[in-house]
Every structure is written in structure tokens, then in C-alpha cells.
Design a protein around this ligand. Structure first.
Ligand code: KG4
Ligand code: ZN
Length: 355
């Protein structure tokens, strides 16, 4: 057939993801070997375990994606693989495997920037035109950027300390949320979201918002995390809790904490939008914001950005939550977007060019 197919490969963090996507924007097949459960037990991503699991699963993930798509590797037009940013040893697993396939089957290899893939995957579903503003929030990243074109991004702000997903994971661990059976298997941020939904009061606990006076678009979450930990200690002291006991205030605590995170994200996003408007970097009408990354799965945070969008006369988009977290589909789609832009095509990949 005339339609082009790309196999996407993602190993930059703790998910081994592969997918086959067509240039018409159809996801033909996908596979995701997620390491979440393993890492919850270890309390965070263990790079050595992640590396071993990527190596163990990469071939099966690629074969699953091809089989689900009912295509053979020979039917593929190009292989797209995450080449940066991320943990070097983990990136290497994907890049080495992609390079091997590329040489063996004479298929061009397209290196992909993980954050750009997060930013562009929404275009699989909606034809959002450039330029648009992107807010990427995950366990490893937090940034605001202007997407001018497939290969043209302007970084507006990034994280000065811990990204919001990491902070929520640490907060969930500190609250021992995984001792509550219904939260046991969930990522920390999701556990906090569900606990917050049960709160009677959204803002009993007050947090000082970070960087209120700073005129840039950067983020800081470590102060919120420390303030949150102090509030937990206070509650624990009040109840004389020890060991694995859960304090009764958890739902209200989670709700206030989540609200503070959402407000900080709104505040910085508003700064970025105002900056873009002043500099004429966005169209006058039909302004768009895209939010993605694992933390964008959070409906309270997504709604907060939607409310900001209403206030600033700006549309807010989010990919389906399954594609907000790390996956192979976004890598394959970014490969398609680059192919359509006639990116240079190469066979194999020099490992020196990682990161
Ligand atoms: O994008 P992702 O899969 O991996 C990277 O960190 O790059 O994001 C994982 C992060 C974790 O920190 C997890 O706690 C967070 O996304 N997360 C959430 C939710 N679901 C996942 N955070 C807040 N609310 C959620 N519903
Ligand atoms: Zn990611």
C-alpha cells in the first residue's frame, strides 16, 4: 500500500514501549512492558533493574507491536527510537536494538527527542496547528515550551528542582498510601488524586506558592514537598501514630497539596502565555495549549489548566491519558511527523549521539 508505516521504540525511563503507526495517524499495533509494579516495591525507578528489564523485554515488545499490527518488519518504512533525554544505559537498549534492526533490514532510523514526542502525540487525534504552547509534566520532567514546528521547539521554562510526579510519588510514599489496598498498585500521583477526591475540604491546609515573584516560567516543587512533609509530621504527632498507621487527615492533606501543585502549574503557564502574547509568538485567535506527561493524567490538574484556558481565551488539549505516560506510540508518531517533513534518513545510529 502507499501509506507509510513507522515502528517506534521507547526505553528512556522505566517503560519498554513499541508501536506501529501509519502516516494517516492510525495506531496499527502497540505493546507496553511497564515496570511500575516492580518499582513501587523498590520505591522509585531503579536504573539497574530498569536496564535489565528493557533488555529482557525489548525484542518481545517489538514483536508484539508488529504482530498486533499484522505487519512484518519488512513492511515498515522507518524505525523511530528515543535517543534523548533519559538515563544513558536505558536509552542504549532501545538505540542498539533499533540500530540492529535498521542495519539488518535496511530501514532508515529516525532518532527522537522524548519530550518532543510527548508534545506532538496529541496531533494523532486533533489537527492542532503550530505554533502552540506545551506544558509537559511527569515524574522526570516539568517544562513549558513553544512548539513552532515538528523540529522547532523554544524552551520557555523548566524545573529548578524536583518534577511534580516525583514529588507526588515521594508524598504518596511518605503517607504510606500503598498500605491502603485500593491504592496499592497505583502510581503515587494517581493515589494522591483518588485520595483528594474523597476530601471534605479542598483547602484546609495552606501552602505558600513557589516563585510567585519570579518573572520567568520556571517551576519549583521541592518547597511544596517540604511543607507537605511538615504538615504530615504535625498530624502524626497529634495522633501519636507510628509505623504503618495511616493518619485520618490524608484525604484533606492530599487535596490541599494537589491544589497547590495545580495552582503553581497554572501560575507558570499563565506567565508563559502572557510572554508569548507580548512577543507575538502565538496567533491572536485560536490559541492552543497542550498538556502531556504522566502527571497530565490527573483530571484535577487537567481541569485547572482548562479553567486557566477559559480565563485566557485559549483552547486546552490533552492526549488520551494512556498516551500521556511513556509509550511507543508517541515515538512512532513523531517518526511519521519527521518523515512528512523529509527529515534526513540514515541506516543505523552512532551511539556517541545519544543524549
Ligand atoms: O510520563 P511518565 O510515565 O514517566 C516519567 O516520569 O517520565 O510519568 C510518571 C509519573 C509518576 O510520577 C506518576 O506518579 C505520575 O506520572 N502520575 C500521576 C498520575 N498518574 C501518573 N500524577 C498525578 N496524577 C495522576 N493521575
Ligand atoms: Zn516521559
Amino acid at each position: 500500500s502507499s501509506s507509510k508505516l513507522v515502528l517506534g521504540i521507547e526505553t528512556s525511563c522505566d517503560d519498554t514501549g513499541c508501536a506501529v503507526v501509519s502516516d494517516e495517524g492510525r495506531v496499527l499495533g502497540e505493546a507496553l512492558y511497564s515496570q511500575n509494579i516492580v518499582h513501587i516495591r523498590y520505591g522509585g525507578v531503579n536504573p539497574v533493574i530498569a536496564y535489565e528489564l528493557h533488555r529482557k523485554n525489548i525484542e518481545a515488545a517489538a514483536n508484539d507491536a508488529l504482530r498486533n499490527a499484522c505487519v512484518k518488519i519488512n513492511d515498515i518504512d522507518a524505525i523511530a527510537v528515543t535517543s534523548k533525554p533519559g538515563m544513558l544505559i536505558n536509552l542504549q537498549v532501545g538505540v542498539k536494538f533499533a540500530s540492529y534492526l535498521s542495519k539488518k533490514y535496511r530501514k532508515p532510523l529516525i532518532p527522537i527527542h522524548h519530550m518532543e514526542a510527548h508534545a506532538l502525540v496529541v496531533r494523532l487525534f486533533q489537527n492542532i496547528e503550530f505554533p502552540f504552547l506545551v506544558l509537559l509534566i511527569s515524574g522526570g520532567h516539568c517544562l513549558l515550551a513553544l512548539a513552532n514546528d515538528v523540529e522547532d521547539f523554544l524552551l520557555l521554562g523548566s524545573c529548578l528542582d524536583n518534577p511534580p510526579g516525583e514529588v507526588m510519588d515521594k508524598a504518596a510514599r511518605r503517607l504510606k498510601l500503598k498500605n491502603i489496598p485500593e491504592y496499592a498498585q497505583l502510581p503515587g500521583g494517581r493515589a494522591i488524586e483518588l485520595s483528594a477526591q474523597k476530601a471534605k475540604n479542598l483547602d484546609v491546609y495552606k501552602f505558600t506558592l513557589p516563585l510567585l515573584r519570579s518573572r520567568d516560567c520556571n517551576f519549583s516543587f521541592s518547597g511544596l514537598k517540604d511543607a507537605f512533609f511538615r504538615k504530615i509530621i504535625k498530624a502524626e504527632t497529634k495522633h501519636h501514630t507510628m509505623g504503618d498507621e495511616i493518619i485520618p487527615e490524608i484525604n484533606d492533606l492530599c487535596a490541599s497539596f494537589q491544589l497547590a501543585i495545580a495552582e503553581h502549574l497554572m501560575h507558570r503557564t499563565e506567565r508563559a502565555l502572557t510572554f508569548c502574547e507580548k512577543q507575538n509568538l502565538l496567533p491572536k485567535s485560536n490559541k492552543n495549549i497542550v498538556i502531556s506527561g504522566g502527571v497530565a493524567c490527573n483530571d484535577f490538574i487537567f481541569k485547572s489548566i482548562q479553567i486557566l484556558g477559559q480565563k485566557l481565551d485559549c483552547n486546552v488539549f490533552r492526549p488520551p491519558p494512556k498516551l500521556c505516560t511513556d509509550n511507543g506510540v508517541m515515538i512512532a508518531w513523531n517518526g511519521i511527523e519527521k518523515l512528512k517533513k523529509n527529515c534526513p534518513l540514515q541506516i543505523g545510529f552512532d551511539l556517541k549521539n545519544i543524549m
